[in-house]
Design a protein around this ligand. Structure first.
Ligand code: ZN
Length: 257
């Protein structure tokens, strides 16, 4: 079984002591490639280092995460825009009103400007959205005839929300550990409203570890638990889940293949 982890923060502090082993376990479990989203200026360097250390295995993205958007966001984006690199996507970018709406206006502006980068550079989008789907959809619709596709990462919404997102052509939903949580409605939602060819796999490591690892530090090897659950939801083999989601990732992130 071979799969892609389309969203893992292995450049983070949490992995600094045993990164080699984490990547080895991922590879042993079947992870073909790991995609590492950017979150701020500091992560540009840490992701470059990871990609250098694991060439043809780790691939980086560039972007300003909504929780890192503050008053100075415009100058941060000015700096980011000048950073060269083999980025495979713009991300993770988006809107997050879960903890605070303090920088609501700045988040909207930062998100829109980065959507424009993705369009200009023809790079896919890695989108993070919490408690802000209406606002996010409103911005994306302004560009709907030009969007380069991408991922709505960590999707946990209902059927209506899934349908609204899948109306954007060339986008997939990122599915991770939440699918395996006992009280999650996600299995039902996926079965009813989301075809397997619109799903990519992700850990969001170190967060969101799937059952039976819930509460632990997450890592790419744990995607096997998500694949097993998806096989159950769709009534297909684990190989089929792995193959189709890998094909989806290949379609979305051509620069990583
Ligand atoms: Zn993330």
């Amino acid at each position: 079984m071979q799969y892609i982890d389309t969203h893992t923060h292995i450049d983070g502090e949490e992995f600094k002591d045993d990164l080699e082993l984490v990547v080895q376990r991922a590879s042993n479990a079947g992870a073909l490639k790991l995609f590492v989203p950017g979150i701020n200026l500091a992560s540009i360097e840490s992701i470059r280092n990871i990609c250098k250390r694991f060439p043809d295995y780790c691939y980086g993205m560039i972007g300003l995460h909504p929780e890192d958007v503050k008053e100075d966001y415009a100058s941060v984006l000015d700096k980011m825009e000048k950073e060269e690199g083999n980025w495979i996507a713009i991300g993770e970018i988006g809107l997050d009103y879960y903890w605070s709406r303090e920088f609501e206006q700045q988040q909207l502006e930062a998100f829109e400007r980065q959507v424009q980068w993705a369009i200009e550079r023809r790079l896919p989008l890695m989108i993070h959205c919490r408690k802000a789907q209406n606002e996010m959809v409103r911005i994306l619709r302004k560009y709907s005839d030009r969007l380069p596709g991408g991922v709505f990462h960590c999707f946990t919404g209902n059927e209506h929300e899934a349908e609204e997102l899948l109306a954007f052509e060339g986008f997939c939903l990122g599915i991770g550990g939440v699918l395996t949580f006992k009280k999650s409605n996600l299995p039902q939602t996926l079965a009813n409203a989301v075809p397997l060819n619109r799903i990519v796999l992700e850990t969001d490591a170190p967060y969101m570890a799937p059952v039976p690892h819930r509460g632990e530090r997450n890592e790419s090897a744990f995607i096997v638990n998500i694949i097993e659950k998806l096989a159950d939801v769709y009534g297909v083999s684990t190989d089929e889940v792995a193959n189709i989601t890998t094909e989806n990732a290949r379609r979305l992130f051509p620069l990583a293949f």
